[in-house]
Design a protein around this ligand. Structure first.
Ligand code: PLP
Length: 412
Protein backbone atom coordinates (compact mmCIF):
# COMPACT_ATOMS: atom_id res chain seq x y z
CA UNK A 1 0.00 0.00 0.00
CA UNK A 2 1.29 3.48 -0.82
CA UNK A 3 2.29 5.40 2.27
CA UNK A 4 -0.35 8.11 1.82
CA UNK A 5 -3.15 5.54 1.74
CA UNK A 6 -2.34 4.70 5.34
CA UNK A 7 -3.10 8.23 6.59
CA UNK A 8 -6.86 8.92 6.63
CA UNK A 9 -6.39 12.59 7.59
CA UNK A 10 -4.55 13.31 4.34
CA UNK A 11 -7.61 12.43 2.29
CA UNK A 12 -9.93 15.15 3.48
CA UNK A 13 -10.96 18.44 1.94
CA UNK A 14 -10.75 21.77 3.70
CA UNK A 15 -12.85 24.66 2.30
CA UNK A 16 -13.79 22.22 -0.47
CA UNK A 17 -10.10 21.85 -1.51
CA UNK A 18 -7.88 18.79 -1.08
CA UNK A 19 -5.79 19.21 2.06
CA UNK A 20 -2.08 19.78 1.50
CA UNK A 21 -0.63 19.32 4.95
CA UNK A 22 2.73 21.06 5.33
CA UNK A 23 2.78 21.70 9.06
CA UNK A 24 4.48 18.48 10.05
CA UNK A 25 7.09 20.28 12.11
CA UNK A 26 4.24 21.17 14.48
CA UNK A 27 2.57 17.76 14.45
CA UNK A 28 2.30 14.90 11.98
CA UNK A 29 -0.76 12.92 10.90
CA UNK A 30 -1.17 9.35 12.14
CA UNK A 31 -1.30 6.12 10.11
CA UNK A 32 -4.26 3.78 10.42
CA UNK A 33 -2.28 1.22 12.40
CA UNK A 34 -1.75 3.81 15.15
CA UNK A 35 -5.41 4.90 15.09
CA UNK A 36 -6.53 1.26 15.32
CA UNK A 37 -4.36 0.62 18.37
CA UNK A 38 -5.68 3.74 20.11
CA UNK A 39 -9.26 2.64 19.47
CA UNK A 40 -8.56 -0.87 20.70
CA UNK A 41 -6.86 0.41 23.85
CA UNK A 42 -9.56 2.93 24.77
CA UNK A 43 -12.50 0.83 23.62
CA UNK A 44 -11.47 -2.59 24.84
CA UNK A 45 -8.21 -3.11 26.66
CA UNK A 46 -8.63 -0.36 29.23
CA UNK A 47 -7.01 -1.38 32.53
CA UNK A 48 -4.54 0.61 34.61
CA UNK A 49 -0.92 -0.46 34.21
CA UNK A 50 1.42 -1.88 36.86
CA UNK A 51 -1.39 -2.36 39.36
CA UNK A 52 -3.96 -5.09 39.17
CA UNK A 53 -3.76 -8.83 38.57
CA UNK A 54 -6.80 -8.81 36.28
CA UNK A 55 -6.65 -9.53 32.56
CA UNK A 56 -7.10 -6.00 31.20
CA UNK A 57 -4.52 -4.49 33.52
CA UNK A 58 -2.01 -7.20 32.66
CA UNK A 59 -2.60 -6.77 28.93
CA UNK A 60 -2.03 -3.02 29.19
CA UNK A 61 1.07 -3.48 31.34
CA UNK A 62 2.47 -5.96 28.85
CA UNK A 63 1.92 -3.57 25.94
CA UNK A 64 3.34 -0.64 27.86
CA UNK A 65 6.52 -2.48 28.76
CA UNK A 66 6.80 -4.01 25.28
CA UNK A 67 6.69 -0.45 23.92
CA UNK A 68 9.71 0.39 26.05
CA UNK A 69 11.64 -2.47 24.48
CA UNK A 70 10.59 -1.45 20.96
CA UNK A 71 11.75 2.11 21.62
CA UNK A 72 14.97 0.92 23.22
CA UNK A 73 15.72 -0.97 20.00
CA UNK A 74 14.52 1.90 17.80
CA UNK A 75 17.24 4.18 19.14
CA UNK A 76 19.65 1.37 20.03
CA UNK A 77 19.75 2.21 23.74
CA UNK A 78 21.65 -0.19 25.97
CA UNK A 79 18.76 -0.94 28.31
CA UNK A 80 15.02 -0.31 28.69
CA UNK A 81 15.91 1.32 32.03
CA UNK A 82 17.15 4.22 29.91
CA UNK A 83 13.72 4.84 28.34
CA UNK A 84 11.45 7.09 30.41
CA UNK A 85 7.94 7.74 29.10
CA UNK A 86 6.76 11.33 29.33
CA UNK A 87 4.05 13.44 27.72
CA UNK A 88 6.42 14.89 25.09
CA UNK A 89 9.71 16.62 24.44
CA UNK A 90 8.80 19.56 26.65
CA UNK A 91 7.99 17.28 29.58
CA UNK A 92 11.19 15.30 28.98
CA UNK A 93 13.33 18.42 29.04
CA UNK A 94 11.59 19.81 32.13
CA UNK A 95 12.07 16.49 33.93
CA UNK A 96 15.72 16.50 32.97
CA UNK A 97 16.32 20.13 33.92
CA UNK A 98 14.74 19.58 37.33
CA UNK A 99 16.37 16.27 38.21
CA UNK A 100 19.77 16.99 36.70
CA UNK A 101 19.76 20.43 38.33
CA UNK A 102 18.87 19.13 41.80
CA UNK A 103 21.45 16.35 41.55
CA UNK A 104 24.48 17.87 39.90
CA UNK A 105 24.29 21.65 39.55
CA UNK A 106 25.91 24.09 41.96
CA UNK A 107 25.80 27.91 42.11
CA UNK A 108 28.09 29.43 39.47
CA UNK A 109 28.06 26.34 37.21
CA UNK A 110 27.39 26.95 33.51
CA UNK A 111 24.61 25.45 31.42
CA UNK A 112 25.22 25.92 27.71
CA UNK A 113 22.45 26.24 25.13
CA UNK A 114 22.70 27.16 21.48
CA UNK A 115 21.05 30.14 19.87
CA UNK A 116 18.98 27.83 17.66
CA UNK A 117 16.89 26.23 20.40
CA UNK A 118 13.12 25.86 20.68
CA UNK A 119 11.74 27.53 23.81
CA UNK A 120 11.38 24.02 25.29
CA UNK A 121 15.15 23.71 25.32
CA UNK A 122 15.74 27.18 26.77
CA UNK A 123 13.11 27.96 29.38
CA UNK A 124 13.51 24.77 31.52
CA UNK A 125 17.25 25.57 31.74
CA UNK A 126 16.56 29.19 32.67
CA UNK A 127 14.22 27.97 35.40
CA UNK A 128 16.83 25.48 36.54
CA UNK A 129 19.43 28.27 36.69
CA UNK A 130 17.08 30.30 38.86
CA UNK A 131 16.65 27.36 41.23
CA UNK A 132 20.31 26.41 41.47
CA UNK A 133 22.23 29.68 40.94
CA UNK A 134 23.81 28.36 37.73
CA UNK A 135 24.39 30.62 34.74
CA UNK A 136 23.12 30.17 31.21
CA UNK A 137 25.69 30.56 28.47
CA UNK A 138 24.84 30.81 24.76
CA UNK A 139 26.69 29.15 21.88
CA UNK A 140 25.91 31.41 18.94
CA UNK A 141 25.17 30.29 15.39
CA UNK A 142 26.54 31.89 12.24
CA UNK A 143 24.55 33.42 9.36
CA UNK A 144 23.98 30.03 7.71
CA UNK A 145 22.62 28.54 10.92
CA UNK A 146 25.78 26.47 11.56
CA UNK A 147 27.66 26.23 14.86
CA UNK A 148 31.39 26.79 14.98
CA UNK A 149 32.96 24.04 17.19
CA UNK A 150 35.84 26.38 18.04
CA UNK A 151 33.39 28.67 19.81
CA UNK A 152 32.18 25.70 21.84
CA UNK A 153 35.74 24.90 22.86
CA UNK A 154 36.22 28.52 23.96
CA UNK A 155 33.09 28.27 26.10
CA UNK A 156 34.10 24.92 27.60
CA UNK A 157 37.68 25.85 28.23
CA UNK A 158 37.29 28.96 30.41
CA UNK A 159 39.63 28.72 33.39
CA UNK A 160 37.90 28.62 36.76
CA UNK A 161 34.44 27.93 35.33
CA UNK A 162 32.47 24.69 35.50
CA UNK A 163 30.46 23.86 32.37
CA UNK A 164 27.89 21.39 33.69
CA UNK A 165 25.80 20.50 30.63
CA UNK A 166 25.34 21.30 26.95
CA UNK A 167 21.72 21.37 25.75
CA UNK A 168 21.45 21.32 21.98
CA UNK A 169 18.90 20.51 19.35
CA UNK A 170 19.45 17.67 16.89
CA UNK A 171 17.60 19.63 14.20
CA UNK A 172 16.25 23.16 14.58
CA UNK A 173 12.50 23.43 13.95
CA UNK A 174 13.14 26.76 12.20
CA UNK A 175 16.34 26.14 10.25
CA UNK A 176 15.91 22.45 9.51
CA UNK A 177 19.67 22.12 9.84
CA UNK A 178 21.00 18.85 11.24
CA UNK A 179 23.70 19.57 13.76
CA UNK A 180 26.79 17.32 13.47
CA UNK A 181 26.16 15.87 16.90
CA UNK A 182 28.81 13.18 16.95
CA UNK A 183 31.55 15.77 16.60
CA UNK A 184 29.91 18.21 19.01
CA UNK A 185 29.40 15.48 21.62
CA UNK A 186 32.98 14.32 21.16
CA UNK A 187 34.20 17.83 22.00
CA UNK A 188 31.87 18.21 24.99
CA UNK A 189 32.91 14.83 26.38
CA UNK A 190 36.57 15.77 26.00
CA UNK A 191 35.79 18.47 28.58
CA UNK A 192 33.73 15.98 30.65
CA UNK A 193 30.50 17.79 29.86
CA UNK A 194 27.36 15.68 29.28
CA UNK A 195 25.11 16.55 26.36
CA UNK A 196 21.30 16.70 26.34
CA UNK A 197 19.78 16.58 22.87
CA UNK A 198 16.36 17.92 21.88
CA UNK A 199 15.39 15.32 19.30
CA UNK A 200 11.83 16.54 18.62
CA UNK A 201 12.57 17.16 14.93
CA UNK A 202 15.69 15.04 14.54
CA UNK A 203 14.22 11.63 15.26
CA UNK A 204 11.54 12.16 12.63
CA UNK A 205 13.99 12.57 9.77
CA UNK A 206 17.24 10.91 10.86
CA UNK A 207 17.99 7.42 12.06
CA UNK A 208 19.13 7.76 15.66
CA UNK A 209 21.68 5.33 17.05
CA UNK A 210 22.06 6.72 20.52
CA UNK A 211 25.13 4.66 21.38
CA UNK A 212 26.91 5.72 18.22
CA UNK A 213 25.90 9.36 18.77
CA UNK A 214 26.88 8.99 22.44
CA UNK A 215 24.35 11.59 23.64
CA UNK A 216 23.83 11.46 27.38
CA UNK A 217 20.16 12.45 27.11
CA UNK A 218 17.80 12.55 24.12
CA UNK A 219 14.23 13.85 24.24
CA UNK A 220 11.46 13.41 21.69
CA UNK A 221 7.68 13.56 21.17
CA UNK A 222 5.34 10.89 19.82
CA UNK A 223 3.01 13.24 17.97
CA UNK A 224 5.68 14.46 15.55
CA UNK A 225 6.70 10.86 14.83
CA UNK A 226 3.29 9.73 13.50
CA UNK A 227 2.25 8.72 17.02
CA UNK A 228 -0.27 9.98 19.56
CA UNK A 229 -0.29 13.39 21.22
CA UNK A 230 0.68 13.34 24.89
CA UNK A 231 3.44 10.77 24.48
CA UNK A 232 7.17 11.30 24.59
CA UNK A 233 10.45 9.82 25.66
CA UNK A 234 13.43 10.89 27.69
CA UNK A 235 16.41 8.70 26.96
CA UNK A 236 19.16 9.00 29.56
CA UNK A 237 22.33 7.04 30.20
CA UNK A 238 21.68 4.72 33.10
CA UNK A 239 24.64 6.01 35.11
CA UNK A 240 22.99 9.46 35.26
CA UNK A 241 19.40 8.29 35.70
CA UNK A 242 20.46 6.06 38.59
CA UNK A 243 21.94 9.03 40.44
CA UNK A 244 19.35 11.65 39.56
CA UNK A 245 16.63 12.48 42.07
CA UNK A 246 13.06 11.84 40.95
CA UNK A 247 11.01 14.70 39.57
CA UNK A 248 7.34 14.14 40.37
CA UNK A 249 6.13 12.04 43.28
CA UNK A 250 3.12 9.75 43.40
CA UNK A 251 1.98 6.25 42.55
CA UNK A 252 4.24 3.89 40.58
CA UNK A 253 7.50 5.74 41.30
CA UNK A 254 7.81 4.45 44.86
CA UNK A 255 9.15 1.33 46.50
CA UNK A 256 7.80 1.88 50.02
CA UNK A 257 5.95 4.80 51.58
CA UNK A 258 5.88 5.33 55.32
CA UNK A 259 4.44 8.33 57.11
CA UNK A 260 7.12 7.97 59.76
CA UNK A 261 10.17 6.76 57.88
CA UNK A 262 9.57 8.52 54.58
CA UNK A 263 9.61 7.10 51.06
CA UNK A 264 12.00 4.98 49.05
CA UNK A 265 11.86 5.13 45.30
CA UNK A 266 11.29 2.51 42.62
CA UNK A 267 14.09 1.27 40.41
CA UNK A 268 14.54 2.69 36.92
CA UNK A 269 12.66 3.45 34.80
CA UNK A 270 9.57 3.77 37.03
CA UNK A 271 11.38 6.15 39.39
CA UNK A 272 10.65 8.87 36.84
CA UNK A 273 7.08 7.84 35.93
CA UNK A 274 4.77 9.05 38.69
CA UNK A 275 1.02 8.54 38.42
CA UNK A 276 -1.07 6.68 35.88
CA UNK A 277 0.98 6.49 32.73
CA UNK A 278 -0.48 7.34 29.33
CA UNK A 279 -0.58 3.64 28.52
CA UNK A 280 -3.03 4.10 25.66
CA UNK A 281 -0.77 6.65 24.05
CA UNK A 282 2.36 4.61 24.65
CA UNK A 283 0.77 1.60 22.91
CA UNK A 284 0.05 3.96 20.01
CA UNK A 285 3.63 5.22 20.08
CA UNK A 286 4.82 1.64 19.81
CA UNK A 287 2.63 1.22 16.72
CA UNK A 288 4.04 4.45 15.27
CA UNK A 289 7.61 3.25 15.74
CA UNK A 290 6.70 -0.11 14.22
CA UNK A 291 5.18 1.79 11.27
CA UNK A 292 8.43 3.74 10.78
CA UNK A 293 10.44 0.52 11.14
CA UNK A 294 8.35 -1.10 8.41
CA UNK A 295 9.31 1.53 5.82
CA UNK A 296 12.24 1.57 3.43
CA UNK A 297 14.42 4.07 5.29
CA UNK A 298 16.79 4.61 2.37
CA UNK A 299 13.97 5.36 -0.08
CA UNK A 300 12.44 7.85 2.34
CA UNK A 301 15.73 9.58 2.96
CA UNK A 302 16.21 9.86 -0.80
CA UNK A 303 12.68 11.22 -1.27
CA UNK A 304 13.16 13.81 1.48
CA UNK A 305 16.48 14.82 -0.06
CA UNK A 306 14.77 15.38 -3.41
CA UNK A 307 12.05 17.48 -1.77
CA UNK A 308 14.69 19.54 0.02
CA UNK A 309 16.77 20.24 -3.10
CA UNK A 310 13.75 21.03 -5.24
CA UNK A 311 12.20 23.30 -2.61
CA UNK A 312 15.43 25.22 -2.05
CA UNK A 313 15.72 25.77 -5.78
CA UNK A 314 12.09 26.74 -6.39
CA UNK A 315 11.76 29.00 -3.35
CA UNK A 316 15.16 30.53 -4.09
CA UNK A 317 13.78 31.75 -7.42
CA UNK A 318 10.99 33.73 -5.78
CA UNK A 319 11.87 37.39 -5.82
CA UNK A 320 12.75 38.67 -2.33
CA UNK A 321 12.54 35.23 -0.66
CA UNK A 322 15.08 34.51 2.04
CA UNK A 323 15.28 31.02 3.50
CA UNK A 324 16.72 30.55 6.97
CA UNK A 325 19.15 27.66 7.39
CA UNK A 326 21.31 26.71 4.42
CA UNK A 327 22.87 23.25 4.13
CA UNK A 328 26.55 22.95 3.28
CA UNK A 329 29.96 22.06 4.62
CA UNK A 330 31.03 24.41 7.36
CA UNK A 331 33.92 24.12 9.81
CA UNK A 332 34.89 20.80 8.21
CA UNK A 333 31.48 19.23 8.99
CA UNK A 334 28.48 18.46 6.80
CA UNK A 335 25.35 20.36 7.83
CA UNK A 336 22.39 18.64 6.15
CA UNK A 337 18.92 20.08 5.89
CA UNK A 338 15.64 18.25 6.46
CA UNK A 339 12.60 19.39 4.44
CA UNK A 340 11.72 22.29 6.73
CA UNK A 341 11.65 25.70 5.05
CA UNK A 342 11.26 28.86 7.08
CA UNK A 343 11.17 31.96 4.91
CA UNK A 344 10.76 35.68 4.90
CA UNK A 345 9.46 37.22 1.70
CA UNK A 346 9.80 40.93 1.05
CA UNK A 347 6.50 42.79 0.89
CA UNK A 348 4.34 40.03 2.39
CA UNK A 349 3.66 39.25 6.03
CA UNK A 350 3.90 35.56 7.03
CA UNK A 351 0.50 35.65 8.76
CA UNK A 352 -1.18 37.00 5.59
CA UNK A 353 0.55 34.41 3.40
CA UNK A 354 -0.41 31.57 5.76
CA UNK A 355 -4.03 32.76 5.89
CA UNK A 356 -4.39 32.92 2.12
CA UNK A 357 -2.61 29.58 1.63
CA UNK A 358 -4.98 28.04 4.16
CA UNK A 359 -7.93 29.09 2.00
CA UNK A 360 -6.29 27.17 -0.85
CA UNK A 361 -6.17 24.05 1.32
CA UNK A 362 -2.50 24.37 2.29
CA UNK A 363 -1.63 24.10 5.99
CA UNK A 364 1.59 25.96 6.86
CA UNK A 365 2.80 27.74 9.95
CA UNK A 366 3.56 31.42 10.55
CA UNK A 367 4.96 33.31 13.53
CA UNK A 368 7.91 32.87 15.84
CA UNK A 369 7.79 29.06 15.86
CA UNK A 370 8.58 29.00 19.60
CA UNK A 371 12.11 30.20 18.84
CA UNK A 372 12.12 33.90 19.65
CA UNK A 373 15.88 34.20 20.32
CA UNK A 374 16.65 32.52 17.00
CA UNK A 375 14.36 34.84 15.04
CA UNK A 376 15.88 37.79 16.87
CA UNK A 377 19.31 36.55 15.73
CA UNK A 378 18.10 36.89 12.14
CA UNK A 379 16.41 40.22 12.94
CA UNK A 380 12.93 39.01 12.04
CA UNK A 381 9.78 38.76 14.11
CA UNK A 382 7.88 36.20 12.09
CA UNK A 383 8.49 33.59 9.38
CA UNK A 384 6.42 31.40 7.10
CA UNK A 385 7.26 27.71 7.51
CA UNK A 386 6.44 24.77 5.28
CA UNK A 387 7.53 21.47 6.84
CA UNK A 388 7.26 18.20 4.94
CA UNK A 389 6.84 14.63 6.15
CA UNK A 390 7.58 11.33 4.46
CA UNK A 391 4.04 11.26 2.98
CA UNK A 392 4.26 14.62 1.20
CA UNK A 393 4.79 14.42 -2.54
CA UNK A 394 6.77 16.46 -5.05
CA UNK A 395 3.41 17.41 -6.62
CA UNK A 396 2.37 18.92 -3.30
CA UNK A 397 5.61 20.88 -3.26
CA UNK A 398 4.89 22.21 -6.77
CA UNK A 399 1.36 23.12 -5.75
CA UNK A 400 2.65 24.92 -2.67
CA UNK A 401 5.18 26.96 -4.68
CA UNK A 402 2.62 27.89 -7.37
CA UNK A 403 0.06 28.84 -4.72
CA UNK A 404 2.64 30.91 -2.87
CA UNK A 405 3.37 32.81 -6.08
CA UNK A 406 -0.36 33.51 -6.51
CA UNK A 407 -0.57 34.71 -2.92
CA UNK A 408 2.38 37.03 -3.46
CA UNK A 409 0.67 38.54 -6.50
CA UNK A 410 -2.30 39.34 -4.28
CA UNK A 411 -0.22 40.79 -1.45
CA UNK A 412 2.42 42.89 -3.16
C1 PLP B 1 12.89 21.42 18.19
C2 PLP B 1 11.70 21.27 19.09
N1 PLP B 1 11.88 21.09 20.39
C3 PLP B 1 10.86 20.93 21.25
C4 PLP B 1 9.56 20.97 20.81
C5 PLP B 1 8.46 20.78 21.78
O1 PLP B 1 7.76 19.60 21.53
P1 PLP B 1 6.42 19.25 22.30
O2 PLP B 1 5.53 20.45 22.13
O3 PLP B 1 5.89 18.05 21.60
O4 PLP B 1 6.75 19.01 23.70
C6 PLP B 1 9.31 21.19 19.45
C7 PLP B 1 7.94 21.30 18.95
O5 PLP B 1 7.67 21.94 17.97
C8 PLP B 1 10.40 21.33 18.56
O6 PLP B 1 10.22 21.51 17.26
Amino acid sequence: MHIREQFPALHQKVYGKPLVYLDNGATSQKPKMVLDVLQEMEGKLNGNVHRAVHYLSMQCTERYEKARVVIRDFINAASENEIIFTSGTTASLNLLAYSFGQTYVRPGDRIIVTEAEHHSNIVPWQMMCQRTGALLEVWEIDDTGALDPKKLEQILDKPGEVPRLLAITHVSNVLGIVNPLSEIIRIAHYYNVPVAVDGAQGIVHKKVDIREMDADFYAFSGHKLYGPTGTGVLYGKEKYLEEMVPWQGGGDMIETVSLRKGTTYAQLPLKFEAGTANFTGVAGLKAAVEFVNSLDAKAIEEHERKVTLKALEALGQIDGCRILGMPGTYYGQIYEKIPVFSMIIEGAHPADMATLLDKMGIAVRSGMLCAEPLLERFRVTSVLRASFALYNTLDELDFFVESLKKVLKMLR
